[in-house]
Design a binder for this molecule. Structure first.
Ligand code: SF4
Ligand code: SF4
Length: 294
């Protein structure tokens, strides 16, 4: 990927996944190799699953920071459905690299039942990888979790990305070491090598674990769950958003103007309150429980 036309790499995902870290590693690396680099990014709602994307363009001369539709040389998706959302930006000769993990927003629930089925992009990794020139459906999150830190999934993807660009491995690792917390340098180095080695094994690859995550074509069936609602009183400023937005009307403000769960039996564990609280004061934990006997 040399010559006068810039190389275009589009990185997409949802808030909290590390899209910006991937983008910065690439941009710094390109600068160190003497390229002109333009980077533009849109931050979604960090920690809330909002869409986040970053365009990185580099070459001898780059005029615009934005990649036109159909001109991305490489699309890196940290979340499967976000990858599909942007796939039109990929050139016909481009490379698609996507973590197969699904992050299903609570708004995707099809009904208000406890553990309700949620809508999700129905295309399977097999269908998508078949239609692109080169593609990788990788279980980056699973690989990183096996190394002991699922947050290193973005570094697994950097490893896969490195196979499509002409920079030495040691230069990638040097930038990564500077970008990650000192305590996680070793895991991130291993994550990079793992993603790189996995991608080097072919130009169209589907991780078997990742494919398994998508076998249910019509959505995500969560099954019955037990829900725990935790509200950190010190962080709640009594804004009333969760109370107003809870679909089941099971929250209220107490006499100290702190949110509390007034009707726990009605709570479906939909997580809307957790996602909408501006102060991160609510945490919902849904633990699968056995299906009731017929
Ligand atoms: S949205 Fe958050 S800060 Fe506002 S009342 Fe609910 S818990 Fe408190
Ligand atoms: S309390 Fe939160 S998780 Fe429970 S139903 Fe209301 S919005 Fe959903």
């Amino acid at each position: 990927m040399t010559g006068k036309a810039p190389t275009n790499v589009l990185i997409v995902g949802v808030g909290g996944q590390g899209v910006i870290m991937v983008s910065k590693v690439l941009a710094i690396l390109c600068q160190r190799h003497g390229h002109e680099v333009k980077q533009s990014e849109v931050h979604g709602m960090a920690k809330r699953g909002g869409a986040v994307f970053s365009h990185v363009r580099f070459g001898e001369k780059v005029w615009s920071p934005t990649i036109p539709e159909g001109e991305a040389d490489i699309l890196v998706a940290l979340e499967w459905a976000e990858g599909l959302r942007w796939i039109n930006y990929l050139r016909p000769t481009g490379t698609f690299i996507a973590d197969c993990q699904k992050i299903v927003p609570p708004f995707a629930c099809r009904n208000r039942g406890r553990g309700a089925e949620a809508s999700y992009a129905p295309q399977t990794p097999e269908e998508i990888i078949e239609q692109v020139h080169a593609g990788y459906a990788i279980d980056a999150m699973g690989m990183a979790a096996n190394l002991g830190n699922d947050k290193a999934a973005n570094t697994v993807l950097l490893g896969a990305l490195s196979t499509g660009l002409d920079f030495p491995v040691e230069d990638w690792l040097e930038v990564i070491r500077q970008m990650v917390p000192p305590a996680s340098v070793e895991i991130n180095e291993r994550a990079f090598v793992m993603g790189r080695d996995w991608a080097l094994a072919g130009t169209k690859r589907i991780d078997e674990t990742a494919a398994g995550l998508h076998r249910v074509r019509d959505g995500v069936r969560h099954g019955p769950v037990a829900t725990k609602v935790e509200i950190v009183e010190d962080w709640c400023k009594g804004c009333d958003i969760c109370v107003k937005m809870c679909p089941e009307r099971c929250l209220r403000l107490n006499d100290r103007l702190i949110a509390e769960l007034a009707l726990p039996d009605l709570c479906t564990g939909c997580r809307l309150c957790e996602w909408l609280c501006p102060d991160f004061a609510i945490a919902i934990t849904n633990t699968p429980v056995a299906e009731p006997a017929e």
